[in-house]
Ligand binder design. Structure first.
Ligand code: HEM
Ligand code: HEM
Length: 424
């Protein structure tokens, strides 16, 4: 129990903090396992990326002739240049993971309904921006790895009927990845995306405060504590841990850099960046229009539509919705893991061969239909076993789809060799 904080005691630092936090917070809201500090970790990662990014700009030159050399100079001849690049590289990768974990945290604590619905949409926007940051940054070193990975991914929109080719050419500044693409990506990466990100992140913070903080497991047990030092100490510890961890990783592991990009010599296999690897794997199995357009539109549509459903207020904030939520999660992820893996093997070794002798119209539809049927099968099984309601079904469906994406990504990254053939 605490007394009301006196306004007179606020210094500049505290006043700044109170723009980010209210003066008092609920004790259970600052328990580590409520948020795992993930929102704050993402914010700090962005600050680290912005600072290291601006410093990288001092020596980076965005032309095909000089980009690679400027990175080599930075790594080998600039004081702490290598460390700077490594910090930027590893923070960027980590941010995809921490933003995704934060997404899972808010999703599985049902923190996306009513007054938080708009923040879920902003969050999805932030996640898209993080992927865009990573993808545009990927090209900048202009080595074999970045050149060909961007070529593979920037060809993907071609499968979107009518607009795909135009969209792809617009982003690349022409039909191929070249100097125009590098300049476009550099401008996006260092000017447009940071601006959009700061605006969206500010709105996101504003809405967290407007919703009176994060959701609670038991909102009726209220016990308010003063934010400074209770929350601020925890945030400082998480920030210190993150920073030291990143510094260690950046000192031990160098960001990859292959040889200078050669548009005439493609490596085998050419792999997409890891966060798009699942997409590349999906393209091997199902019709390209299904993989690039239909599946993403359906999944993103589902993510946008779901929070407008009428959930009971008492279920908000509960991890996995209710007591049986954890079991539903385990069943859906294990079944999805097993079926996706099995379907990839069956498609590679059996269906794909059969397809060669079938009409091309059927290409890629059979595995897609089997996947839909298997998903319906899992849902029916869960309905029978757990008598799941609408919101448990949302959680199960989300788990099934994201587990499949993880399995597809792992297969693409670790089990695909020359000509993208399966290797064990
Ligand atoms: C906010 C301002 C930012 C600026 C000014 C900036 C600037 C730069 C520059 C100049 C490079 C080229 C140097 C290099 O490749 O080593 C780069 C690379 C990169 N950036 Fe950023 N960046 C910013 C933010 C971000 C963010 C928020 C992310 C990710 C979430 C990100 C991800 C990357 C990636 C993945 C690379 C390639 C790194 C590598 O593999 O070497 N950047 N950035
Ligand atoms: C870099 C990006 C992001 C930053 C800096 C950020 C920051 C934050 C912070 C500080 C909070 C409050 C504390 C916490 O939950 O940890 C929060 C809550 C929230 N975030 Fe994010 N977030 C980001 C990305 C996302 C993403 C990708 C999503 C989902 C798609 C999302 C959805 C939400 C929602 C719905 C809440 C409210 C949760 C609640 O009230 O319990 N955010 N965010």
């Amino acid at each position: 129990m605490t007394s009301k904080p006196s306004k007179k005691s606020y210094g500049i630092f505290t006043t700044f903090l109170l723009h980010l936090h209210p003066p008092m917070v609920d004790k259970s809201a600052i328990k580590f396992t409520r948020t795992f500090g993930l929102g704050g970790i993402n914010a700090l990662l962005f600050v680290i990326l912005a600072v290291t990014g601006v410093l990288l700009r001092f020596s980076y030159i965005p032309t095909p002739n000089q980009a690679y050399e400027s990175i080599l100079n930075l790594q080998n001849q600039t004081f702490l240049g290598g460390l700077l690049r490594n910090l930027h590289h590893w923070s960027a990768k980590l941010m995809v993971i921490t933003a995704f974990l934060h997404l899972l945290r808010v999703f599985f604590t049902q923190s996306i309904y009513f007054e938080r619905k708009r923040n879920w949409f902003y969050g999805l926007g932030l996640f898209a921006l993080i992927l865009a940051f990573n993808f545009t940054g990927y090209l900048l070193p202009w080595d074999q790895l970045s050149f060909w990975a961007v070529t593979v991914v920037s060809n993907m929109p071609y499968y979107i009927p009518f607009v795909g080719e135009g969209l792809s050419n617009f982003l690349r500044g022409g039909p191929d990845v070249d100097g125009h693409t590098l300049l476009n990506f550099y401008n996006l990466h260092t000017s447009i995306l940071p601006l959009l990100f700061v605006v969206l992140m500010s709105l996101h913070f504003y809405l967290v405060r407007k919703a009176k903080g994060v959701t609670l497991e038991n909102p009726e047990e209220k016990e308010m504590v003063i934010v400074m030092p209770n929350l601020v100490i925890r945030e400082t510890l998480v920030a210190l841990g993150l920073f030291i961890g990143l510094l260690l990783v950046s000192m031990l592991f160098a960001a990859p850099l292959l040889e200078y990009a050669n548009p005439q010599l493609s490596p085998n296999p050419i792999k997409a960046p890891w966060y798009f690897a699942g997409m590349q794997e999906l393209l091997i199995h199902i019709h390209p229009t299904l993989a690039i357009l239909v599946v993403p539109v359906l999944f993103i549509g589902f993510l946008f539509w779901m929070p407008s459903q009428e959930i009971k207020r008492e279920n908000i904030g509960k991890w996995f919705y209710n007591e049986q939520g954890k079991s539903i999660l385990i069943y859906s992820s294990l079944l999805s893991f097993f079926f996706t893996f099995a379907l990839v093997l069956i498609n590679d070794y059996i269906i794909a061969d059969m397809m060669n002798s079938l009409t091309p119209l059927l290409f890629g539809w059979i595995p897609f239909i089997i996947y839909i049927l298997l998903t319906i099968g899992i849902i029916f099984f869960l309905k029978k076993k757990f008598k799941i309601d609408k919101f448990e079904l949302f959680n199960a469906l989300f788990t099934i789809i994201f587990t499949s994406y993880v399995v597809l990504s792992l297969i693409s990254i670790y089990l695909r060799g020359n000509n993208m053939e399966l290797i064990f």
